[in-house]
Write a protein that binds this ligand. Structure first.
Ligand code: G4P
Length: 289
């Protein structure tokens, strides 16, 4: 799903989330574990204010676990509870209600002290398109719930979904926009497949992907594509293109005159990256902050 985020949409999306905040105790901020900065809404702190929050790094099956651990530690340093899950298989998803209750411990204790039987904690999932909100809602609900046409501006009656006995979720997630005015963010989201290739040039996306891969995972790409010579300077664009050409030659992507077909090569690199053929890859670490 590609949403065109015009200013009016952003304002409406923001208002919708702020209306929902009145109904809930805790926000589950969903980020892509491979790109936790780029998949984050630039105004999230302003929108959520002091609402209790659990950061969930989704798609952790595709990210490298060492970097994911570093992210969890970095968010903890900022005072945010954070866990990593894989909504596609459900791995660690059942920790979400447990962690949510732990964050709301003081509120629950106050209710008990007043003699009120604590009710289920109420949550709202928020995140940018394609981060896995619907998949996570369905996992937590244990059945197919989430409407796929959940676009900003389209409202429907709110429903509560029971997650076990101790948590309830709003059935429609809050949809947020990424920081798309930042070019690097756009390319990183495109590398994960979250932004369609029609919007950005495939060779440019692959160029940025190779640059990140060379910097963070040179042995992995050297082995996968059979390329031998690392670039001398990763800031030198010619050197990155040279690595792309080496990959293209190894994969037989040649056009007349023995030149490398960079468009075809780029398609191969991105397909294999997104399909996890290069292994578990994190495209940004806390050192990029
Ligand atoms: P959204 O509501 O936030 O827009 O995202 P949605 O749940 O539609 O998920 C977007 C894509 O991400 C889906 O793939 C979904 O299967 C995949 N996904 C969600 N969570 C995870 C996860 O933890 N790990 C992995 N590997 N993938 C995840 P799709 O290609 O759009 O659809 P399909 O292949 O599932 O049919």
């Amino acid at each position: 799903m590609t949403i065109q985020w015009f200013p009016g949409h952003m304002t409406r999306a923001r208002r919708q989330i702020q209306d929902k905040l009145k109904l809930i105790d805790i926000v589950i901020e969903l980020l892509d574990a491979r790109v936790p900065i780029s998949s984050r809404n630039p105004m999230i702190d302003e929108i959520l204010r002091d609402k209790p929050r659990l950061i969930v790094l989704n798609k952790s099956d595709l990210a490298d676990s060492r970097t994911t651990e570093q992210w969890i530690a970095a968010f903890a340093e900022q005072g945010h509870a954070c866990i990593a899950v894989d909504s596609s298989t459900g791995t660690r998803v059942n920790e979400i209600p447990v962690r949510a209750r732990a964050i709301l411990h003081a509120m629950i204790e106050r209710q008990i002290a007043k003699g009120i039987k604590p009710r289920a904690v109420r949550g709202l999932i928020v995140g940018i398109p394609n981060v896995g909100k619907s998949t996570l809602i369905n996992r937590l609900a244990g059945r197919n719930i989430a409407a796929t046409g959940d676009r900003p501006g389209v409202t429907k009656g709110q429903q509560w979904i029971k997650v076990g006995t101790e948590m309830e979720l709003l059935d429609t997630p809050g949809i947020l926009w990424p920081k798309f005015e930042d070019q690097i963010v756009g390319y990183r989201l495109a590398m994960t497949g979250a932004i369609r290739e029609q919007v950005l040039n495939v060779e440019d996306i692959a160029f940025f992907a190779v640059k990140v891969l060379v910097k963070r995972y040179w042995p992995t790409i050297a082995e996968r594509f059979g390329v031998e010579t690392p670039p001398k300077d990763i800031e030198d664009a010619d050197e990155i293109v040279r690595v792309m050409e080496d990959i293209g030659r190894k994969r037989g992507c040649l056009i007349s005159g023995g030149r490398v077909d960079l468009e075809k090569t780029s398609g191969i690199i991105l397909r294999e990256l997104r399909a996890g053929k290069l292994g578990r890859i994190s495209l940004e670490g806390p050192d990029d902050l």
